[in-house]
Design a protein around this ligand. Structure first.
Ligand SMILES: [Zn+2]
Length: 290
């Protein structure tokens, strides 16, 4: 079974604010190139068995993807999609939104992105979210590492902060996205220490040297069992990510550098993220109107 633990849906024309549009333009990313994000999501995620889907709520950087929209999208393929609530700790009723998403919209996890919220992951407002998630057994997937966005503190995205959260909240199941790039070594140091802290390797394969190097580090620290597969659709696709991960040794050519063992690669692609994170199988959840 392959689980894509990291996919987004949104409508750039309505869900992106001016700050985000400016950042995308500066980095020469044209949202129109993604085509119909929702329709293409339904197609490419079929390359996995199950996909976790979320939006992003971050007023500081111009992201406003309604949780209702994402939940309705998930209801279009309820046998294979799982909904995570996107929260913005900077918003006054963040906890109310969490409760609403959990109770009324069927959220089975939470997505946070401290760099995008411009809120430190150990801010008291975040700690309330963690307490709720522990009480209700909801895992939290964090954006960790750098990003193209501007105007917020990169410091908030350092993997080391999640070490302190894991010490203070040992029962919280966490996923540190993107192996915390370019601080993959720091992420490995964190996930190795804590039984309930995982990483995903989404959006990494297209930087082939960095990805190869990170995967070798994982193997040398014997930590690959703490890594989950993810794509970061629509920034890439599920299908391209699976292909890219399988081809990661191509970068070493005949250099004599050691390959990443295929068991490590296939182990990540087949990892049962549902069991590790305590997530239900989508087909076991009550049906909701799309
Ligand atoms: Zn993402």
């Amino acid at each position: 079974m392959t689980v894509d633990i990291h996919t987004h849906v949104f409508r750039p024309e309505t869900d992106f604010g001016p700050a985000l549009r400016a950042d995308l333009a500066r980095c020469r990313v044209d949202p129109a190139a993604w085509g119909d994000v929702a329709e293409n999501h339904l197609v490419t995620t079929q390359s996995a068995d199950i996909a976790v889907v979320f939006g992003l709520q971050a007023s500081a950087t111009g992201w406003n993807i309604p949780n209702d929209y994402v939940a309705a999208h998930v209801a279009r393929a309820p046998d294979r999609l799982l909904f995570f609530a996107a929260l913005d700790p900077a918003q006054p009723d963040c906890l109310g939104e969490l409760e609403r998403c959990h109770r009324d919209l069927g959220a089975v996890g939470v997505k946070l992105a401290p760099l995008y919220h411009n809120v430190h992951p150990r801010d008291p407002r975040c700690l309330e979210i963690y307490r709720y998630c522990i009480r209700h057994q909801l895992p939290v997937l964090f954006h960790v590492g750098t990003s193209f966005i501007s105007g917020t503190y990169l410091e908030y995205s350092r993997p080391i902060h999640f070490d302190a959260i894991a010490v203070d909240f040992p029962d919280l199941r966490m996923v540190l996205a993107h192996l915390g790039h370019p601080w993959e070594g720091e992420t490995i140091a964190v996930i190795r220490r804590h039984p309930h802290v995982y990483a995903d390797l989404s959006a990494l394969y297209y930087r082939p040297w960095q990805f190869y190097h990170s995967m070798r580090l994982l193997v040398e620290y014997r930590t690959e069992h703490k890594v989950l597969f993810g794509s970061d659709y629509p920034f890439t696709t599920t299908a391209d990510s699976i292909r890219g991960v399988r081809q990661l040794n191509a970068v070493i050519g005949n250099s004599g550098l050691p390959p990443v063992p295929s068991e490590a690669i296939e182990g990540i692609l087949a990892r049962d993220a549902l069991r590790l994170l305590g997530l239900p199988h989508p087909s076991s959840l009550p049906r909701r109107p799309s």
